[in-house]
Write a protein that binds this ligand. Structure first.
Ligand SMILES: Nc1nc2c(c(=O)[nH]1)N(C=O)[C@@H](CNc1ccc(C(=O)N[C@@H](CCC(=O)O)C(=O)O)cc1)CN2
Ligand SMILES: Nc1nc2c(ncn2[C@@H]2O[C@H](COP(=O)(O)OP(=O)(O)OP(=O)(O)O)[C@@H](O)[C@H]2O)c(=O)[nH]1
Ligand SMILES: [K+]
Ligand SMILES: [Mg+2]
Length: 436
């Protein structure tokens, strides 16, 4: 630590206001550097002018001082709230680099974590909030920022620490340990095992919510896939035409459906083809279809349903009759399946389709109880902790029992940052954005 760092915390683009943050023991030096003469009172917004060494005005702005330890990072912070002009931003950053060090991505949050201002999972939640594209994603991030997930893992970890210290009391006198103590220990461990298993058995809902749900549109050529794709994306992304075989590459759009993050893909029409490029497109379409969470299968002929598309239909597939321009959008039961007629051209059934996607997303992404795993990192650690608990056997020598408990504790410690190996912190914070 030690260094005083700075970064632009807002986006580098033309904007109303730009915020530059400076954090570290020497941050107040910035006042002298820009010849700011006004007294800057702690935590009070002060209007001031910034000058360069030749007494030329750079900009006028608002200065904030958050004295340590009562700041976001826990260090002395100065904020320069300037006009969002690229020239102003560039000039000020250039000046700051003469006296301070440019912050690395996530370095402010890393310092906040190291100064106990943020738990590790709360810092991850903060990064998720910034990355969130929909309300439900933001809600999950805010829950994690509030410390729920941290509290859960800390509670489990503390239980393990207590159990381990109970066991260790007997290490030098293993013959003194009574059966009732071992039975109690077994019981506690079985309880933890079932809590951890429960927590892991979540169908990756939290992670999927963070990443977005993959929905793919499939069907034979010319059924109107790209037309529907553009309609759902509310943008003219894909080329549509009357010629079968128009789409070759998989196209993607991020859309917000009822607060749920959906990554929707348009694909090449599936048919047998001798054109090698079209064949590659079809192979990609099939691959994407099987990897997706939800499929939307389009058929434009009720009486002659395309077999190859039908073979890709499963529980998580929404079956659509497309180009149903003169039809009501009520489900049609065909061969024991329900087909929703839609028409993009006549705007029929589209809202119903959106509702269907939303319902499926809700079912796949909503966890009812307790804080959830939101990253693979959490899952890996909980899984490993579980594995150490599963090999618990109260007939083992006490030293071995104690060692397994220690290793399980360590895995939970990694999630909450109690085991703060540099490489763990590096891999987490380096993915944050600059200035955060
Ligand atoms: N201008 C500005 N807006 C911002 C931030 C910022 O750094 N600057 N934030 C940056 O992420 C977020 C707010 N987060 C913050 C977190 C803690 C403190 C802070 O001063 N904490 C003190 C006092 C807490 C209190 O008064 O309750 C502390 O923790 O001791 C400030 C902002 C969003 N908005
Ligand atoms: N009448 C009518 N025509 C439609 C509708 N949706 C799409 N079409 C027409 O169907 C034709 C094919 O549409 P596309 O969206 O290119 O079909 P596609 O499934 O993406 O085709 P490929 O990419 O070639 O597989 C175009 O002429 C569209 O205008 C609709 O709701 N009603
Ligand atoms: K087409
Ligand atoms: Mg197409």
């Amino acid at each position: 630590m030690g260094d005083t760092i700075f970064a632009l915390s807002t986006a580098f683009s033309k904007s109303g206001i730009a915020v530059i943050r400076i954090s570290g023991p020497n941050s107040l030096k910035v006042l002298e550097h820009f010849s700011i003469r006004k007294e800057i009172k702690p935590r009070v917004a002060t209007f001031a002018k910034l000058y360069d060494k030749d007494h030329q005005l750079i900009d006028e702005g608002i200065i904030l001082h958050f004295p340590a330890p009562n700041s976001f990072t826990g260090e002395d912070i100065i904020e320069l709230q300037l006009h969002g002009s690229k020239v102003v931003i560039k000039t000020v950053l250039e000046e700051l680099s003469k006296i301070f060090v440019m912050a690395k991505p996530g370095e402010f949050s890393l310092r906040a974590f190291l100064n106990n201002k943020l738990s590790l999972t709360a810092a991850e939640g903060l990064a998720d909030l910034i990355d969130a594209e929909t309300k439900v994603q933001a809600k999950q991030a805010l829950r994690q920022m509030s410390g729920e997930l941290d509290a859960l893992y800390q509670e489990w970890r503390q239980k393990l620490v207590n159990l381990q210290s109970n066991v260790e009391a007997y290490i030098d006198f293993p013959e003194d340990i009574e059966d009732s103590v071992l039975r109690e220990l077994s019981k506690e461990i079985q309880n933890l095992i079932s809590s951890l298993k429960n927590h892991l058995n979540d169908e990756r809902k939290g992670e999927r919510l963070r990443e977005g749900l993959h929905v793919v549109i499939i069907g034979e050529p010319n059924v109107g896939k790209s037309t529907l794709f553009n309609c759902l994306a509310k943008r003219d992304i894909a080329i549509t035409s009357q010629y079968a075989g128009t789409t070759r590459d998989v196209l993607e759009a991020h859309v917000d459906i009822g607060g749920y993050p959906i990554i929707i893909s348009d694909t090449a029409g599936i048919r047998s083809s001798s054109d090698p490029i079209e064949c590659e497109g079809i192979a990609r379409a099939k691959k994407r279809a099987s990897a997706a969470d939800i499929r939307i299968a389009l058929f434009d002929k009720i009486n002659n349903l395309n077999c190859e598309t039908l073979s890709l239909v499963d529980e998580q597939t929404i079956c659509i009759i497309s180009k149903a321009d003169s039809q009501d959008s009520n489900f049609l039961p065909i061969n024991g399946m329900n087909f929703l007629p839609i028409s993009v051209h006549k705007n029929k059934g589209i809202n119903r389709l959106i509702e269907l996607i939303k319902d499926k997303a809700q079912a796949m992404l909503t966890c009812n109880d307790g804080p959830v795993i939101t990253r693979q990192r959490h899952r890996n650690c909980v899984q490993k902790a579980l594995e150490y608990l599963l090999i618990f056997d109260n007939k083992k020598p006490i030293e071995l029992i104690s060692e397994d408990l220690r290793l399980a504790t360590r895995e939970l410690g990694k999630i909450v940052g109690a085991i703060g190996a540099d490489e763990i912190l590096d891999s987490i914070f380096s993915k944050f954005c600059l200035g955060k």
